[in-house]
Design a protein around this ligand. Structure first.
Ligand SMILES: [Zn+2]
Ligand SMILES: [Zn+2]
Length: 145
């Protein structure tokens, strides 16, 4: 785990508490990495936040807020909720490449479309969504569940 604790010292003490809390849930190393990213993002957005003075309840709340943005969806939820279409389609879809794999769409490929309207290969975005439920482009909630 020490590998993933390479975060700046201003975050370290508070994040560590969250970390220990998270670690008890047997996170994978990928989870830990994206959790670290989330802590970073959260701290950058909330510069006034002083984790040193936060109570355990506040830390839990923070963890919950981070968790919401960070949590992925189940395969099942992705299957049920991801809107699919074939490329090319009419007017509504402007993107011509998938920002996850950087490949251009080919005719007849299946695309997955998120709530925000951004589209990706269905298989690429499917893998992304089980990691995190936000759009890789605009960071909005990917699918409402
Ligand atoms: Zn792709
Ligand atoms: Zn988007």
């Amino acid at each position: 785990m020490s590998l993933y604790l390479d975060i700046s010292s201003e975050l370290a003490s508070g994040a560590l508490d969250l970390w220990n809390y998270q670690a008890t849930n047997m996170m994978t190393s990928e989870d830990l990495m994206s959790f670290e990213e989330s802590v970073y993002r959260y701290m950058h957005r909330n510069r006034s936040l002083d984790v040193d003075t936060m109570s355990y309840e506040e830390l839990l709340e923070l963890e919950e807020q981070i968790g919401k943005a960070n949590a992925g969806l189940s395969e099942d939820t992705v299957q049920k909720n991801l809107k699919r279409m074939k490329y090319p389609s009419s007017a509504a879809y402007k993107a011509e490449s998938c920002c996850i794999c950087q490949e251009d769409y080919a005719d007849g490929e299946e695309l997955g479309v998120l709530t925000c309207g951004h589209d990706f290969h269905a298989s690429c975005v499917g893998k992304w969504l089980v990691q995190k439920n936000f759009c890789p482009i605009c960071k909005k909630t990917a699918l409402s569940t």
